[in-house]
Ligand binder design. Structure first.
Ligand SMILES: Nc1ncnc2c1ncn2[C@@H]1O[C@H](COP(=O)(O)OP(=O)(O)OP(=O)(O)O)[C@@H](O)[C@H]1O
Length: 259
């Protein structure tokens, strides 16, 4: 197995949206102890689209949850920008997630009684923040929802519902957006659309996106793929294509070890 320090884990702070340093996460104790993350160091640069890949149980979701302030850390550091998450109170963590982080999940998690625009604005309304109208218009245009804003989720296709979720994540202009298998519930055409929008949000709107995926085609839309195995960062591929990601996966066994 090739374990090495991630080349850009030392990238200058100003260019980094989020950074893990020596990040470890242990669940349970004694016989049930699981080391989900083992001293992971990785930096996610601003205005970059990163995919996190690795076999089932390799720690992808745990890394994302620790970096997004959704889970506590056992050792090491997790930062969003300059903010060290491990030293924040629960209240401050909640504020940080609300104000500085966007989320896109496999299940679209829209409120059925609200229309598309209301869903998009909901996190900002809850936070009592006024949306920047010009930004919101750009986001809505980027995801192609301008003519569906008054529709409720039930009146939208799965792909359109996920577009609403993407717009909702972008609306507050967060420091970073985390996606957990955002195309896992979509057919390949709708999935390709969503991935195209995520890529455009990085290229055209300067957003930062980190996405967990099992799908080499989805990873091919990213600017970079980091591979986890057994809770460690084992590879870092710039400018991936679906073919190269697939080739890489074939070289590793089910546990992500070089076979
Ligand atoms: N709440 C928890 N309690 C105990 N063990 C956990 C918990 N969450 C995750 N784990 C364990 O931590 C390890 C990493 O899990 P994680 O969900 O991060 O992997 P993953 O790469 O996202 O897997 P998948 O691709 O199957 O979603 C696994 O061995 C898992 O069983």
């Amino acid at each position: 197995m090739s374990t090495f320090p991630a080349p850009n884990s030392t990238a200058p702070t100003g260019e980094v949206a989020a950074r893990a340093t020596g990040l470890s996460k242990v669940y349970g104790a004694g016989e049930t102890k699981v080391v989900a993350l083992d001293q992971v160091s990785v930096a996610f640069r601003r205005a970059e689209f990163t995919a996190i890949m690795g076999p089932s149980g390799s720690g992808k979701s745990t890394l994302m949850h620790c970096m997004a302030g959704l889970d506590t850390v056992s050792a090491g550091s997790a930062r969003i920008g300059e903010t060290e998450l491990t030293s924040l109170s629960d209240k401050r963590l909640t504020q940080l997630r609300r104000d500085r982080v966007g989320f896109i999940f496999q299940a679209f998690n829209l409120l059925p009684t609200l229309n598309a625009l209301e869903n998009i604005r909901l996190p900002m309304d809850i936070a009592g923040r006024k949306p920047d109208k010009e930004w919101l218009d750009r986001v809505i245009a980027t995801v192609g929802l301008s003519d569906r804003l008054r529709h409720r989720p039930a009146q939208l296709s799965g792909g359109q519902q996920q577009r609403v979720a993407v717009a909702r994540a972008l609306a507050g202009r967060p420091d970073i957006i985390f996606g957990d298998e955002p195309t896992g519930n979509l057919d390949s055409r709708a999935g390709a659309e969503i991935l195209g929008f995520l890529r455009n949000s990085v290229r055209e709107l300067g957003q930062t996106v980190v996405m967990v995926t099992h799908d080499p085609v989805a990873a091919g839309y990213a600017d970079r793929v980091v591979f986890l195995a057994d809770g460690r960062l084992v590879d870092d591929m710039p400018d991936p294509t679906a073919e190269r990601v697939l080739e890489h996966m074939k070289r590793f066994d089910a546990k992500g070890r070089l076979s």
